[in-house]
Design a protein around this ligand. Structure first.
Ligand SMILES: [Zn+2]
Length: 510
């Protein structure tokens, strides 16, 4: 990708008013050559953050953060260098020059720019339709019924794709776009005869944007109950790559950088509802299970991610999956405890913005969520159920370093199991690890924002992972009865088997 020339970057540096740029984030007071203020990068009461408005650099004597104007924008808005340059050049109206590109690269960029312009125009067309077309009345009512204000819907550029087969096709052709360009922008579909028509029809459209807010594609929700699928995304194409963006990252970026936390929801309307409730650091999943790329994007926005996914089992599986993808990264995962059967948009609408703000503030560390969930799903009325709960809890609690958190979780679980903390610690130490946790299940169809059109997945597996190990073990014992009997004889069957069925089988083999 072409770079900006040093000359134009220098010109931009000279144009930007550093005091104004930083002053928008933290109040500055002059102190000799410097200006001082409260550091936007760490918590402090007395100002140790200094800005040199002439050199256009900043430095914090408290936390050591420092750099030039571009670094400041990168840090406060969660952008990379190039994005910071582009954001500042937009704001200060400085035209940037690109270094010489090879002709092929220049051609690719021109082609891409045209597609982006086409998508931008289409987004505007959908927005106009939503607010002006009589046909969109049902959609306007649906959105109002979800408690979403027009101001927010306009900010998110929510639109309506009309039911006709060719509105976008015809209008774009008239504006000089080729059929190939429409196809490349993901705006058309083809039937078996090769006839081309509008991809999005009779749907509420949600533009999916890059970090600078440029439209790359759309997520679209069906209006009619008869329409399939319920959620339809842009297809993979030249500009849109599924699973790379998170929804509304452009609108949430600054707030996320400032608060150090980004909230992740499932549905488009959940994201808009949370922004409306003042939680401006909220983004959405865009109808796919969380990908590596999306986790990277979240990590770029803030060091803490609060998962506000539905309390249904699909949402819970999504959280487990998110944790797997986030494993090994410097990213703190927290879980917002949502009441079952209510998505975040419902809560905002029914109980008001304070209710959701309170829930988000009450988020718990992911490990706490796992312990709660294991206890919730356990049958604590029987000894067998308790044993199983212990083997579920062991891989969650045992790897934790000695800490207040570990003690607290142990006490919590011990209380639920009706034993002392010491007893549970002893049990946890002896618990055999489960073979493997259940495979992460995809939580949404590629097109479905919540997979709502999908039949519910069967609850859990028929055999739990612990029992599966036991079955495999018994199969081996039967395959080689001599060795098998010897192995079984050496075991304390009643203590070692989780499954009563396989315990009985083991006793019979013996
Ligand atoms: Zn600082």
């Amino acid at each position: 990708m072409a770079l900006y020339t040093d000359d134009s970057i220098e010109r931009l540096r000279q144009t930007v008013d550093m005091a104004e740029l930083v002053g928008a984030k933290t109040e500055l007071k002059r102190s000799g050559q410097q200006m001082m203020g409260i550091c936007p990068f760490h918590d402090e009461r007395s100002p140790s953050f200094s800005v040199d408005p002439v050199q256009k650099v900043f430095h914090c004597f408290g936390c050591g953060e420092g750099g030039d104007l571009f670094k400041f924008v990168q840090l406060t808005e969660g952008l990379n260098f190039r994005e910071a340059v582009e954001s500042l050049s937009d704001r200060y109206g400085v035209t940037m020059e690109l270094t010489e590109e090879d002709p092929q690269a220049a051609q690719r960029r021109e082609k891409r720019d045209r597609l982006l312009e086409l998508l931008e125009r289409t987004a505007a067309f959908y927005v106009r339709n939503l607010w002006e077309s009589p046909e969109a009345e049902e959609s306007r009512q649906y959105l109002a019924g979800r408690g979403l204000d027009e101001a927010l819907l306009r900010e998110f550029r929510v639109g309506y794709a009309p039911s006709a087969w060719d509105k976008v096709l015809v209008a774009s052709r008239q504006s000089g776009y080729s059929e190939a360009e429409l196809w490349d922008a993901g705006l058309t579909a083809k039937n078996q005869k090769g006839n081309v028509y509008d991809r999005f029809r009779r749907r509420i459209t949600f533009p999916l944007c890059d970090p600078r807010g440029r439209v790359l594609g759309f997520g679209a929700r069906a209006v009619g109950a008869d329409q399939q699928p319920k959620y339809l995304n842009s297809s993979e194409n030249v500009v849109f790559h599924k699973g790379r963006q998170v929804y509304a990252a452009d609108l949430a970026r600054a707030a996320a950088a400032k608060s150090g936390e980004v909230i992740l929801c499932e549905g488009y309307t959940d994201v808009i509802a949370l922004h409306q409730a003042g939680l401006r650091n909220t983004v959405g999943l865009m109808g796919t299970a969380l990908t590596e790329d999306q986790v990277s994007e979240l990590a770029r926005m803030a060091p803490v991610v609060a998962l506000a996914l539905d309390a249904d089992s699909a949402g819970q599986e999504a959280m487990i999956r998110a944790a797997k993808v986030a494993e090994g990264r410097k990213l703190e995962l927290r879980v917002v405890p949502l009441p079952a059967g209510n998505d975040p948009a419902d809560i905002v609408q029914q109980e008001g913005p304070e209710a959701i703000t309170k829930l988000v503030a009450g988020s718990v560390p992911f490990v706490r969520f796992r312990v709660d969930r294991a206890l919730l799903l356990a049958d604590l009325a029987t000894a067998e159920g308790k044993d199983r709960a212990v083997s579920e809890l062991a891989p969650i609690i045992t790897p934790l370093p000695a800490s207040a958190m570990r003690d607290e979780l142990t006490e919590l679980a011990a209380a639920a199991l009706g034993v002392s903390g010491a007893k549970l610690t002893e049990w946890l130490g002896r618990a055999r690890p489960l073979a493997a946790s259940a495979p992460p299940a995809a939580t949404a169809t590629e097109d479905g924002s919540k997979g709502e059109s999908q039949p519910p997945r069967p609850a859990a597996t028929v055999i739990d992972p612990g029992a599966r190990v036991e079955r495999a073990f018994l199969v081996q014992c039967l395959a080689d009865p001599g060795v098998g009997r010897e192995a079984l004889a050496a075991m304390d069957l009643e203590a070692d088997f989780v499954s009563p069925v396989f315990l009985r089988a083991a006793q019979l083999i013996l």
